[in-house]
Design a protein around this ligand. Structure first.
Ligand SMILES: [Zn+2]
Length: 433
């Protein structure tokens, strides 16, 4: 099902023609209306007339998170306050957050993008959806909220937390779709099972986002909650969710290419890589008025497939990000993505989808300890030393093959590790202590 079929199935050549027109208009708009970009573009010798083809975008300097912080709060806005109808901000873990301002048109385009991914996932006007993201400055909850209302779904803005009440509402309202982080979805499933009401839930669809999740982890959650889940992608600097989202084929997330122009670059050198390469995703907002962004470095490592999808959509598809270049752990000189560890763990049927990574430094060398939980039905393994040792050895061996480094594995009983109601915090880095 499509929300805007004409756009979502446009021939590739038409998409690129539209992107070029929009890019040319955007560069002029930024040059004329945002002093920061006027200066940046002038310094790089880029006047708007220099953009003659899509590949000319390479002459434009990148925008980074640091640029956004340095221009806090309004320095990147292109319109006066009177045109801004909403503000959001990203969680600033260190110092000031990054602020985003939206015009009425921006909100309209944003909700179109979310509406598309919701329909591509199978939502429609018969969907009753509980949004279990925290409402507030964070873009996830309101982003999904307006997009789902736009397709006529019934939205239940239950926000995050108070999980027992969430489960009661799910039963009473006949909720059939869930918006949550994958880790919170898993927690809801566990609690519902504990309460003996898991089979009373009528969930059919999960729209997961806001944190990375491997396919293996998602399958585990689908099994627990008995639903079909898709992933979507976005970030507050680029409106919020809705940059891309999966269709039912689940072979990559369709990028809303009429609103976002995506590139893949080498994160070390900044060079644009050929189509199909893996690297850092860079996104330009083609239609934003309030706070347009030229070539934003997302730090997410992925690759893009430009072939037409079996679903009929022609918009390019990006892989689930392998991880953020920021999240990449450098352990004894080896690059390790938490997603690689998750994939290994989830391939063992005895292991629950909960884990923690603890990094320490001893004798000037990094050590990685992986703590994992057994599923409840395998709890008895803790009393069966030979069987537990065998499982321990198998996982450790597989981890060594995949990561290329030795790790320490600790298997703990079920419900030992911390649970999360929002984004999971699975990495504990004690190396600088
Ligand atoms: Zn598709």
């Amino acid at each position: 099902m499509y929300f805007q079929k004409d756009i979502e199935t446009m021939p590739r050549a038409d998409i690129e023609k539209m992107q070029l027109e929009r890019l040319q208009r955007l560069v002029k708009y930024c040059y004329d209306n945002v002093p920061f970009y006027h200066k940046r573009l002038s310094e790089a010798g880029v006047c708007p007339e220099k953009i003659k083809t899509l590949s000319d975008i390479q002459y434009i300097p990148y925008t980074t998170k640091a640029d956004m912080r340095d221009n806090y709060p309004y320095g990147l806005f292109a319109v006066p306050q009177s045109k801004i109808v909403r503000m959001h901000a990203s969680s600033g873990t260190t110092g000031k957050p990054t602020v985003v301002g939206y015009t009425a048109n921006d909100l309209d385009h944003w909700s179109d993008c979310v509406a598309r991914l919701a329909m591509a996932a199978g939502a429609d006007e018969n969907t009753i959806v509980q949004i279990c993201f925290g409402y507030g400055l964070f873009t996830g909850a309101l982003g999904l909220h307006y997009g789902l209302e736009k397709i006529g779904a019934t939205v239940v803005p239950s926000s995050s937390g108070n999980t027992e009440k969430q489960i009661m509402l799910m039963q009473d309202f006949g909720t059939n779709a869930l918006v949550a982080t994958p880790s919170y979805a898993q927690y809801i499933g566990e609690l519902a099972r504990e309460k003996g009401v898991l089979d009373k839930l009528q969930l059919k669809l999960g729209l997961f986002g806001s944190e990375g999740c491997t396919i293996e982890m998602r399958s585990a959650i689908e099994k627990t909650l008995n639903l079909f889940a898709t992933d979507n992608y976005g970030m507050s600097e680029l409106n919020g969710p809705g940059v891309s989202g999966e269709c039912r084929e689940r072979c990559g997330m369709h990028i809303n290419e009429d609103h976002y122009y995506a590139e893949i670059i080498d994160p070390a050198t900044g060079d644009v890589l050929p189509r199909g390469s893996e690297g850092e995703l860079v996104v330009t907002t083609l239609t934003k008025e309030g706070m347009p962004v030229l070539r934003y470095r997302t730090k997410d490592i992925t690759k893009i497939n430009y072939e037409k999808c079996a679903c009929g959509r022609t918009f390019a598809r990006m892989d689930k990000p392998k991880g953020r270049s920021d999240d990449m752990l450098k352990i004894r000189g080896v690059n390790v993505f938490p997603s690689q560890i998750e994939t290994v763990l989830m391939s063992f049927k005895e292991i629950a989808p909960h884990y923690q990574l603890v990094l320490t430094r001893e004798n000037f060398a990094d050590h990685l300890e992986i703590k994992v939980e057994l599923l409840e039905q395998y709890s008895s393994l803790l009393d069966n030393f030979p069987a537990l040792s065998e499982l321990h050895a198998k996982i450790t061996k597989e981890m060594k093959i995949v990561l290329g480094i030795q790790t320490k594995l600790t298997i703990v009983g079920c419900k030992t590790l911390e649970r999360f109601q929002g984004k999971a915090k699975r990495i504990v880095d004690l190396r600088n202590q």
